[in-house]
Design a protein around this ligand. Sequence first.
Ligand code: NAD
Length: 452
Amino acid sequence: MGDADGSGPTMAGDREEPVRAAERATLRTAEAPASADEVPPADEMTPFEAVNYQFDCAARRLDLPRHLQVALKTPYREVMVEIPLVEEDGSIRTFHGYRVQHNNARGPMKGGLRYHPDVDLDEARALASLMTWKTAVVDLPYGGGKGGIDVDPRTLRPGQVERITRTFVDRIHQFIGPNEDIPAPDVNTDGQVMAWIVDEYSKFEGFTPAVVTGKPLEVGGSPGRVSATGRGVAIIAERAAADHGIDLDGARVAVQGFGNVGSWSARFLADRGARVVAVSDVEGGIHDDAGLDIDALTEAANGRSVVTHDRGDRISNDELLALDVDILVPAALGGVIHRWNARHVQARLVVEGANAPTTPAADALLAERDIPVVPDILANAGGVTVSYFEWVQNLQQFRWTAEKVDTELTAIMTAAYDAVRDAAAEHRTSLRTAAFMVAIQRVARAVQVRGV
Ligand code: NAD
């Protein structure tokens, strides 16, 4: 057993080792600056490089030895499988399924499954790594994982999403499980997909609802899980707004993405008095400075694009990001605020509902203009927090009330926000670097006390 400070016998000294090919491939950090974390690096980083850049900004301030940094950035396990889909005419479409398990020092790996044509190994690594830091920021007993299939579900016929989901589970079931790795919904996956995973996994292991979270209530889902990420975004936005002199009552808000996270964020922000003036989805957006009726919009959307709604003016996604609003909530895909459009952002506060919506270059440009960004690993952690409650309920075979879920969620999100805000003030750094610092310290400590 090594000493808790990492200087004990199980920890190698901080000697310079030759950089191996695998390390170059997975750990490259583009142009990490020598000291300040405000230097804008190139936007040409891959998603995993961008997360590792953010990690490096925090690790430098923590004075973590290099060998520990390398260990913390390296994914624990990466699985890639072929997913064939036989069409009615006998032809075969071949997809790729990924599951990256990043770190399990603090508990089983946890993270979503995404069905999107852009899914690949690098993106899964980035999102799995973010999950390690996210679960640590909100202090859940989990590590990080992420995965998905490189498929556009809009190109599939009825029944085919179920078929590829079951094939994926058949090929990765030995790597997931309630004490191993617990997937959840992400872009283009939902409770129905989770129910198919429970069913397929249970054929191998017996009835095991705790293998995934975000399930329908009928198969062990938790009250409050569907809306949890949006509720968490609103809780965090309210506190961050107050800290930055923005009165949420009447504040103008723009939300990019009107899926699970975006629509619930909009609804909970509107419930708190905010005026949601613009929303969008993959087809485009709508804008009404008088405020949109989010309940009516949600009802009308129901599988249809927000642009089919009869209120508001049509705007593009780029125009939405540049609106003169108090709070901007990007809640769709990664990398949407980048070096080329960051200068057009006029919001007074950005709250990241999506994972990795702001590139490091954009982050630096926003910082230059004093636009605070509440980072994804804090702002959208409400989803994984209620996933944790769901898993606890499954393991205990005991159902919580919706009120208990909301109370516990609010307590965890509030404590996490306060810890990050205090760390940012103490270290005079951004909320993102502070969130990474809080998280890295917790994971590093777990790695050190367990021993590698
Ligand atoms: P979703 O599939 O329910 O919704 C995605 C939304 O983004 C849809 O409205 C879609 O039309 C829109 N969209 C897709 N491509 C777009 C584009 N190019 N431009 C503009 N809009 C586009 O997905 P979700 O679960 O709401 O996830 C959204 C983001 O939040 C992702 O980054 C995801 O990783 C993150 N997230 C989700 C959860 C969760 O609990 N679901 C938790 C934490 C973080």
